[in-house]
Design a protein around this ligand. Structure first.
Ligand SMILES: NC(=O)c1ccc[n+]([C@@H]2O[C@H](COP(=O)([O-])OP(=O)(O)OC[C@H]3O[C@@H](n4cnc5c(N)ncnc54)[C@H](OP(=O)(O)O)[C@@H]3O)[C@@H](O)[C@H]2O)c1
Length: 272
């Protein structure tokens, strides 16, 4: 497994996304993923599956210190006292004494960012989260968050796959030593229909989804693909034994555009 490093955090380059997984199915997939070698699990308060994720981690019998667990605070809990309560509540549900990474899930323009960043840093100081970061932050918001936060931010988790150009966000993350964690890294399954990705994959004996993940890893980006199928769990982590050429990387970059975004919310910021 490779790692993406940022401000002392060692983030396993491939993790398991758990959005829309729940109940016994979720805990089973988490357990199976850890048994297959995954060491990074991504959940969120709003996914309503932190209990199941925690159960999967325990059932795997992988040492807690070997697993990088991320959760996210929902936007309605960004006032300082709410944020602390919410972070503690996530620990209770996960049955963990700390998470490795705690993120603000989306920007919330209705709560002063400076207050929220102070509260997030406080949660880190208390040992509830080993590292802190943000998600769905634009370049301008990331700049403000970094300036307002007394502790380093280790990541900005954003949508990123070959069909979405994230050049500006990548550059801003690099400027601040912030890791980019790619969500929807195989374009919510759409990658598999793409002719370019399929052709490049065939040249390496890999699938289009694996090409997406490899393309991200080669940019020093971490990715958190989600699947509920055991055979795809194995496939999605099997991306460390081949390398895309410079020409293939460039060809995949040419698929990207600002219109390639799949995830939208009514309150989303004005994207870069
Ligand atoms: N911070 C945020 O706001 C945010 C937003 C969205 C997502 N996320 C996180 O990012 C994770 C991943 O994003 P995502 O769930 O939107 O999309 P994704 O991982 O890009 O795609 C998941 C979809 O692709 C299919 N799939 C998985 N592996 C495959 C493979 N090897 N070949 C073909 N199809 C495959 C899955 O179906 P099967 O289950 O049938 O395999 C599922 O329908 C989420 O689970 C969540 O943890 C965060």
């Amino acid at each position: 497994m490779q790692f993406v490093e940022a401000h002392g955090a060692k983030i396993p380059a491939i993790g398991l996304g758990t959005w829309e997984l729940s109940g016994h199915g979720c805990s089973r997939v988490v357990e199976q993923a850890l048994r297959l070698g995954y060491r990074h699990i991504d959940t969120a308060q709003i996914y309503n599956n932190e209990r199941d994720v925690g159960e999967g981690i325990r059932n795997s019998h992988v040492r807690r210190s070997d697993v990088f667990v991320t959760t996210k605070v929902w936007t309605t809990h960004f006032a300082p006292s709410d944020l602390l309560r919410s972070a503690k509540d996530s620990l209770v549900k996960l049955r963990l004494s700390e998470v490795d990474l705690l993120l603000l899930h989306w920007p919330n323009p209705h709560v002063p960012l400076e207050e929220t960043m102070g509260a997030l840093a406080h949660v880190r100081d208390l040992g509830i989260a080993r590292h802190i970061g943000v998600s769905n932050f634009t370049v301008a918001l990331l700049e403000r968050a970094v300036a307002a936060c007394p502790e380093p931010l280790v990541c900005n988790q954003v949508e990123y796959h070959p069909f979405l150009d994230q050049t500006r966000v990548l550059a801003a993350c690099a400027d601040h030593g912030v890791a980019l964690i790619a969500y929807s890294p195989i374009a919510q399954g759409h990658a598999k229909q793409n002719e370019v990705l399929t052709r490049i994959g065939a040249a390496h004996g890999k699938s289009a989804a694996q090409v997406c993940l490899r393309w991200l890893v080669q940019q020093n980006v971490a990715a958190i693909p989600r699947t509920s199928r055991i055979e795809r769990l194995s496939q999605n982590i099997d991306v460390f034994d081949f390398e895309l050429t410079d020409d293939e990387m460039v060809e995949i970059f040419s698929l990207g555009s600002p219109q390639g975004r799949l995830v939208h919310t009514p309150t989303e910021p004005e994207w870069d």
